[in-house]
Structure formats: structure tokens, C-alpha cells
Ligand binder design. Structure first.
Ligand SMILES: Cc1ncc(COP(=O)(O)O)c(C=O)c1O
Length: 492
């Protein structure tokens, strides 16, 4: 049986001034650690010689304690392996009282906001490999093999940069690669010094909140919006102004009319979340002009721009911004895989020091080993090749989903085939409730997401988001059939 060695790390101690004999103190201590499950069943205990030497007591005291525990069934001896905590002990004793104490304890009111978010998280169940779950990616064998090779290389090297503290902005070699990529692919204006490597979009949003937003500061949020950014802002206690989105993207004039003095505007300009529309050029210019004139900051969440399937790639909003009012936020968790937890932001020069300071105070730096692997992956051209292959793959998956949904459920849904991104929206016909279909689908092992709850003030549409990036064409076709069946059953 594997034994992690935790009992060796336990803070064993004896009190020499106590009237309780030493052997009994040792016995009581071990018994209490076992009964409370502080030390788990199956763990190996230190040898009698080792424990005696740590406690500076005679070995006989430890042997007596172990003998009593053996006799009572708390521990077992195995020839030539040592002494172990019994694996067949009854359930731990103090668990019930502990839960009661936890339930009774009063939580600070601020924690309640995060409690509420628990529900959203459970609902998302992002980790499930259930068809149409969003945010899943596919890593083909070529990328997987290269990744293994580069990881092994980095681990073999284990040079000081991997073992010690490093630049809180991220490794210079990764920032250089990201800078070249962003200039070429997204027309972003940047120097490596302006890039901060994050763990993904969520950490970038958190940095923006901490660095730029006092409590009650006004922010623009798209309506409908990305629920996770919305929740992060809401829990931060800022004042959210909902700005409607139409076929041209964010309605900038409406935003200026309702909240002209907002501090930050959060936009998904290239591919609005969830609707998928792109912010048109006149709207982009209007937004940038307003930011330049009023000093507002724009946060551009460019979360899925790597995957464009038709038409010219849209340049970033940041690339049009001559006044340096835009904070560009990108993620590798979509371009590669969500388990990576790496992303980046490009910060206007005037904000760099503040953002780096905040980054340092929150979690110091991202893992250097992972950053090295990504930097090498990019430097050798694997990232560009991975994107080229993945784009083709996702396009076929999108096509398979559009075709199958239209064929099987076209009477019930109007499918909006996106030119970009990793999900599509099936708008529901006949005034059907998207939340009801979402719940029914989940019962049938299908994860679609209703867009209705993502609207705050704007008039909601009824539609379902279906992620196509994480599933093979065969899996998509099979699941689309099952999904279409739901409508047929509802009619029967
Ligand atoms: C609008 C939007 N931004 C960003 C992300 C990616 O976030 P992260 O990098 O934190 O995984 C997502 C993921 O679904 C998203 O929908």
C-alpha cells in the first residue's frame, strides 16, 4: 500500500512536566490523531526508534504505546514493512460535531456573495465531458506529443529560473513570444514590457478590479454578458451599468447616454459573448473616442479570436487605440487547453507599475516551468501550427453541428452559424423557454446553456449555447440527434 509519509511530518510532542507517564502521552496522542482522521487509515507510523529519537524519550516508552494501540486494533504491524494505522477502523468520531460547529459559525457578510456564486459554478459543471459543454478544447496527438517532449526537456533542465522566484510579469522569453504573436495575429500595439502573464482571463479581470476600481465605481458591462466577469464585478461591489448589444455589437451611444462617467468598459469586441456579433468599425471608433475624451479604460476580452473560420480576421480594438486606453486580455486556456491556466494581458504603459505591483501581491508569479514549455512551443512554431490544425478541426465540428441541428430540429430552432469561436447559438422558435430545455437536456446527459439568464436589463431572447470545440464530429452528430429528440418528446 502506498504511504505518503505524513505521519513522519506530524507534530509529535511530549510534556515532561506532566504527571501523565510518557508512554501514555504518546499512546493518547496517536489514538487521538487516528480517531480524528488527522492521520488517515493505512498510513505508516514512524518506527519506534525514529519516534523515540524525535521525542528524546526511551524507545521502551514508544514500544509500550504502540503495543497498547496494537492490542486495541488502532494499528497493525507488518513484517519487514513497519507499523500502520488500521485500514478497517469505524468512521471517524469527531466529524459530526465539527460539521455542527461549522454550521453554527456566522460567516462574514462579504462571504455570502461568494456563496451565491457556488450555484452558478455547480450549474456550469465545466469539467464534465458532456456534449455541448462549453470551453472544452481538443488537443491532437501531435500537440500532445510535442507538449510531452517540451515538458520533459524543461523538467530535465530544472534551471534556477524554474526553481526560484522570477519576474512577476512572466518569463521574458514568453512575453517576447506573446508580443510577436499578438502583433502579427491581432495587430496589437505592444512591447514585451507591457505584457503580464496571468492564469487566464479571470485573473486579468481580477487585476483590473483591484487596480482600477474602487467600491461603487461605475462600469459598463455588455447586456447580455459573460456571467463570470459579471459575477466578479458584482462581488467586488462596483456599480454595474448594463449596456445593450445589438447586431452591431455594444450600443456605445446608449452606454454614453446612461453612464457617461464610467471608469471601465468591459467588452468582447471581436466576438460578443454570448451572441457572437462583432463590434462594427464605427462603433469601435466611437468607443475609442469616448475613452480618449473622458479617460475611461476599456477592457477588451479577446477570448476566442484564434478560431476564425471565414472572412478576414478582425484586428483587435487595442490596435486601433492611439490613446492607450485599452487593456487587452487574452487567454491560452482556449487556444490550448483550459487545464493549462495561462493567459496574458497587454497593459497601457501608464498602468504597468500598478498592475505588476498588484500581480506581485496576489500570487507573485505564474509557474515558471509551464511558462517555459509554452514559450518553447511558440518559439518553434508549434503554436501557429496547432492553431492552423485546430481551426480546421473546429470548423468541421461547427459544420457538423449546424447541419445536424438544422436537419433534425430546424422546426424548433434557428441556428446561428458563427464565423468565429467555440460555440453557436440555437435560437428557440415558438416562444419556448430556453431554461426549461436546458434542464431537460441535462437530464438526458446533454449540456446546453440558456442565454436568457445572461440578459440583465435588455429584452432577452430565448436561445441555447452549444459548445462544439471539445467533441469529435461523430460525437456531435450523435448528441445532436439526441438533443433533437427532446423537442419531439416534448411535442408528443
Ligand atoms: C467571454 C470569455 N472570456 C474568457 C474566457 C476564458 O476564461 P479563462 O482564461 O479564465 O479560462 C471565456 C471562457 O469561457 C469566455 O467565455
Amino acid at each position: 500500500m502506498p504511504t505518503a509519509g505524513w505521519a513522519d511530518l506530524y507534530a509529535w510532542q511530549v510534556d515532561r512536566r506532566s504527571a501523565t507517564p510518557l508512554f501514555q502521552q504518546i499512546y493518547l496522542q496517536i489514538r487521538s490523531a487516528i480517531a480524528s482522521r488527522t492521520l488517515a487509515p493505512g498510513l505508516r507510523l514512524p518506527s519506534t526508534r525514529g519516534l523515540a529519537s524525535r521525542l528524546q524519550v526511551a524507545r521502551a516508552s514508544v514500544i509500550s504505546a504502540y503495543e497498547q494501540l496494537l492490542a486495541e486494533g488502532y494499528i497493525v504491524g507488518r513484517a519487514r514493512s513497519g507499523t500502520f494505522i488500521s485500514s478497517d477502523l469505524p468512521a471517524s468520531e469527531p466529524q459530526v460535531p465539527r460539521q455542527k460547529i461549522a454550521a453554527r459559525a456566522t460567516c462574514p457578510s462579504v462571504s455570502v456573495r461568494f456563496d451565491a456564486f457556488e450555484h452558478v459554478r455547480a450549474f456550469l459543471a465545466e469539467a464534465d465531458a458532456v456534449p455541448f459543454n462549453m470551453g472544452r478544447t481538443r488537443v491532437d496527438e501531435r500537440t500532445a506529443e510535442t507538449w510531452r517532449k517540451l515538458t520533459t526537456q524543461a523538467v530535465r533542465l530544472l534551471n534556477p529560473i524554474h526553481l526560484g522566484y522570477s519576474d512577476p510579469r512572466g518569463l521574458p522569453q514568453l512575453r517576447e513570444q506573446l508580443c510577436e504573436y499578438l502583433r502579427a495575429a491581432r495587430a496589437v500595439h505592444c512591447d514585451p514590457d507591457q505584457i503580464i502573464v496571468t492564469t487566464g482571463t479571470q485573473s486579468a479581470i481580477d487585476l483590473v478590479i483591484r487596480t482600477l476600481l474602487d467600491r461603487n465605481a461605475e462600469v459598463w458591462v455588455e447586456d447580455p454578458c459573460y456571467p463570470v466577469t459579471y459575477q466578479a464585478l458584482e462581488t467586488a461591489g462596483v456599480t454595474i451599468r448594463h449596456v445593450p448589444v445589438d447586431a452591431h455589437g455594444l450600443d456605445v451611444s446608449a452606454g454614453i447616454r446612461s453612464a457617461p462617467r464610467a471608469r471601465v468598459a468591459f467588452v468582447t469586441a471581436s466576438h460578443q459573448f454570448p451572441l457572437g456579433v462583432a463590434l462594427t468599425m464605427p462603433r469601435r471608433l466611437e468607443l475609442l473616442a469616448w475613452a480618449r475624451d473622458t479617460g475611461v479604460w476599456i477592457v477588451e476580452d479577446d477570448y476566442a479570436s484564434e478560431f476564425r473560420y471565414a472572412g478576414r480576421p478582425l484586428a483587435s480594438l487595442q490596435g486601433l487605440d492611439d490613446a492607450e486606453r485599452t487593456i487587452y486580455v487574452g487567454t491560452l486556456n482556449k487556444a490550448l487547453f483550459p487545464g493549462l491556466r495561462l493567459g496574458y494581458m497587454v497593459v497601457p504603459r501608464s498602468l504597468c507599475r500598478a498592475f505588476v505591483g498588484a500581480r506581485y501581491l496576489i500570487d507573485r508569479q505564474p509557474s515558471s516551468l509551464e511558462q517555459t514549455v509554452v514559450a518553447e512551443f511558440m518559439r518553434h512554431g508549434h503554436f501557429a501550427a496547432h492553431l492552423r490544425r485546430t481551426r480546421l478541426q473546429y470548423r468541421s465540428q461547427r459544420d457538423a453541428l449546424v447541419t445536424e441541428l438544422t436537419r433534425r430540429a430546424g422546426e424548433h430552432v434557428m441556428v446561428d452559424a458563427p464565423d468565429q469561436g467555440m460555440h453557436l447559438i440555437a435560437y428557440l422558435r415558438h416562444r419556448r423557454s430556453d431554461t426549461a430545455i436546458e434542464a431537460a437536456a441535462r437530464r438526458h446527459g446533454i449540456a446546453v446553456r440558456a442565454i436568457h439568464p445572461m440578459y440583465k436589463k435588455a429584452r432577452p431572447r430565448s436561445g441555447l449555447m452549444l459548445g462544439f470545440s471539445g467533441f469529435s464530429c461523430e460525437a456531435i452528430v450523435a448528441a445532436a440527434r439526441r438533443f433533437a429528440q427532446l423537442f419531439a418528446e416534448a411535442h408528443a
